[in-house]
Design a protein around this ligand. Structure first.
Ligand code: SF4
Ligand code: SF4
Length: 466
C-alpha cells in the first residue's frame, strides 16, 4: 500500500513510465479514490441508474411472448428483441458484432473513452454500485486510508466485514442477473430458492460468476481496465488530434504553483489525482489508463470555483484545442469510414435476418443403405429433419408432389409434425415400389408445408433399387 504507506514528502507520484497501481516490487498499490461531486457525476449517475435498470429488466421484458434478450445455450437458440435465432443463424452475429464494433469506433473517434466512462458494465457496477457501498461503509478516502494504516480496531474489523458481506451479496445478485440472460428468470428464481443438489449445474455457474465478480469488484478493480481490457490499447489508433478527450489545459495551468496569484492556474492541489480511479495524473497528458470517467473535471472545476477562477482547466476538448489551435469539425473522414462500415454490417445483418426462412427441412437417406429388398418390394428409407425457426408453434404436413407412379407407396408414420418455436424434430419416411416395376433410379419431390404461414419447401430425393 505504497499510496498510504509513505509520508507526504516521499510519496510516489504518478508518472508516464510506471503503472501507479503497481509498486516497483510488483505488489499492488491499492487505490482509494476520493469522493467527487459535480455536473458530470450527476449525469454519470443518471446513466448508471438507467443502465442498471436496463440490465436487470431485459430478461424479464417479453416481446411477442418471448424474452426480449435470451440465449438458450443447450437448445442452441436465442431471442433478440422479437426475433428468434437458431444455431444456423450464428453467422449473423459476425455482422451484428461488426456493426456494433464500428459503432464503438465512431464514438471513440468522436469522444474518446466515452464508452468506458459511462456505459461499460465494469464501470457501471464498480462506480455505480460497489464504490458507493464502500464509501457508505468505510467512509471517505482520508478515513479509509487512516483506518487502514492505523492499528486494528473493532471499528475497522466490522466495517471490513460488512463491506465484504455486501460485496459478496452484490456479486451474487449481479451473477444471477447475468445468468438470467441464459436461464429463464422465473426458473432461475425457482432454482435459487431450491436445493443446490436439484440443480447442480446452475448452482455451479452461479457460484463461479459470484466468485469472479467478487474478485473483480473487491480487489482487482481498475486492473481489469488496465491489464485485461484490450479497448484501452486500441484507443491510440482510433483517436486523433480532433477527438474530444478529457485533458488538462497546460497552457493555462502551467507553471503550476501553490500560490493562488502566482504562476498558472494549477495550484498543484493534487485533487485531480486523488479522485482518479486508475491513479493517474491527467496533467501528464493523455494516457492509456484514463477511462474517461470525468472525475478529474469535476474535481478541478470545484477547486477553480473555490479560487474564483473559471472552470475548465481540466475539461473535454480536442488535443488540437489544448495546444491552442482552432478546433476543427467533429465529423471527419475517419468517423464517416467507421460509420459506413458499421452501417454495412448492421444492414447485412438486418437484411439477412428479415429474409430468413420460417422453417428448415432436410431429407436424409438412411446412411449406408440406399435401399432394402423386402420380399418383392424395394424399400427406400429417408429421415426428414425439421426445424421451426419461428417464434410460434406450428405443424408441418408432408406430401409427395412429383414423381408419383403406379406401384409407388409413401408411408409416413407421422404425416404431421408439430414443433414448438425453435424446436428441432425428425420423422422417418418410407418409399415402397414393386420390384417388377423398377426400371432404374428416378427422382421424386416431397413437399413440406408450414400450416401457420403456408410456406412450402420442396425436397428432391431419389428412389433407388438393385
Ligand atoms: S485539480 Fe486542478 S488545480 Fe488541482 S492539481 Fe489538478 S489540475 Fe491542478
Ligand atoms: S484521468 Fe480523469 S478522466 Fe481519466 S480516469 Fe483519471 S479521473 Fe477519470
Amino acid at each position: 500500500m505504497a499510496e498510504q504507506g509513505k509520508g507526504r514528502k516521499e510519496r510516489r507520484r504518478p508518472d508516464l513510465d510506471t503503472v501507479y497501481s503497481i509498486n516497483a516490487d510488483g505488489s499492488r498499490n491499492f487505490l482509494h479514490p476520493a469522493d467527487v461531486s459535480g455536473r458530470w457525476q450527476v449525469l454519470k449517475n443518471l446513466v448508471f441508474m438507467v443502465l442498471l435498470l436496463v440490465y436487470a429488466a431485459l430478461p424479464w421484458l417479453m416481446i411477442g411472448g418471448q424474452p426480449a434478450v435470451h440465449v438458450d445455450l443447450p437448445a442452441r437458440h436465442a431471442y433478440l428483441f422479437g426475433l428468434s435465432f437458431t444455431n444456423q443463424d450464428f453467422y449473423l452475429m459476425f455482422f451484428v458484432l461488426t456493426g456494433i464494433g464500428f459503432g464503438l469506433f465512431v464514438a471513440t473517434a468522436l469522444w474518446g473513452r466515452i464508452w468506458c466512462g459511462y456505459a461499460c458494465p465494469q464501470t457501471v457496477f464498480m462506480e455505480g454500485v460497489f464504490r458507493k457501498f464502500e464509501r457508505w461503509i468505510e467512509g471517505p478516502r482520508v478515513e479509509r486510508i487512516r483506518r487502514n494504516l492505523g492499528p486494528p480496531t473493532a471499528g475497522r474489523f466490522w466495517r471490513k466485514l460488512l463491506k465484504h458481506v455486501v460485496f459478496l451479496g452484490g456479486s451474487y445478485v449481479i451473477a444471477h442477473v447475468f445468468l438470467s440472460y441464459f436461464f429463464p428468470p422465473r426458473q432461475l428464481l425457482h432454482v435459487v430458492t431450491g436445493s443446490p443438489a436439484l440443480h447442480p449445474t446452475a448452482f455451479g455457474w452461479s457460484m463461479f460468476w459470484t466468485a469472479v465478480l467478487y474478485f473483480d469488484f473487491a480487489w482487482f478493480r481498475e486492473q481489469t481496465c488496465l491489464i485485461i481490457c484490450p479497448y484501452g490499447r486500441l484507443q491510440s489508433s482510433l483517436i486523433d488530434q480532433d477527438t474530444i478527450i478529457i485533458g488538462y489545459d497546460e497552457r493555462r495551468g502551467e507553471p503550476r504553483h501553490k500560490g493562488r496569484d502566482e504562476g498558472g492556474d494549477c495550484v498543484d492541489c493534487y485533487r485531480c489525482v486523488e479522485v482518479c480511479p486508475t491513479g493517474i495524473d491527467i496533467r501528464n497528458g493523455l494516457q492509456m489508463e484514463c477511462i474517461g470517467c470525468t472525475n478529474c473535471i469535476d474535481a478541478c472545476d470545484d477547486v477553480m470555483r473555490r479560487l474564483g477562477k473559471p472552470p475548465g482547466l481540466v475539461r473535454y476538448d480536442s488535443q488540437r484545442a489544448f495546444q491552442g489551435e482552432p478546433r476543427r469539425p467533429l465529423l471527419r473522414a475517419r468517423t464517416f469510414v467507421y460509420a459506413a462500415l458499421g452501417l454495412l454490417g448492421l444492414t447485412v445483418a438486418a437484411l439477412s435476418a428479415g429474409s430468413r426462412e420460417g422453417f428448415q427441412a432436410t431429407a436424409l437417406r438412411q446412411a449406408g443403405m440406399p435401399y432394402l429388398l423386402e420380399g418383392d418390394r424395394i424399400r427406400n428409407l429417408y429421415t426428414l429433419q425439421l426445424q421451426n425457426k419461428g417464434d410460434r408453434p406450428s405443424a408441418y404436413t408432408i406430401s409427395l408432389t412429383s414423381g408419383d407412379r403406379p406401384g409407388l407407396e409413401l408411408i409416413l408414420p407421422q404425416p404431421v409434425v408439430r414443433l414448438d418455436p425453435l424446436e428441432d424434430g425428425q420423422t422417418p419416411l418410407f418409399l415402397y415400389l414393386d420390384r417388377a416395376l423398377y426400371a432404374g433410379a428416378f427422382p421424386l419431390t416431397l413437399s413440406v408445408t408450414d400450416s401457420l404461414t403456408d410456406e412450402v419447401k420442396h425436397l428432391d430425393v431419389q428412389f433407388r433399387g438393385p
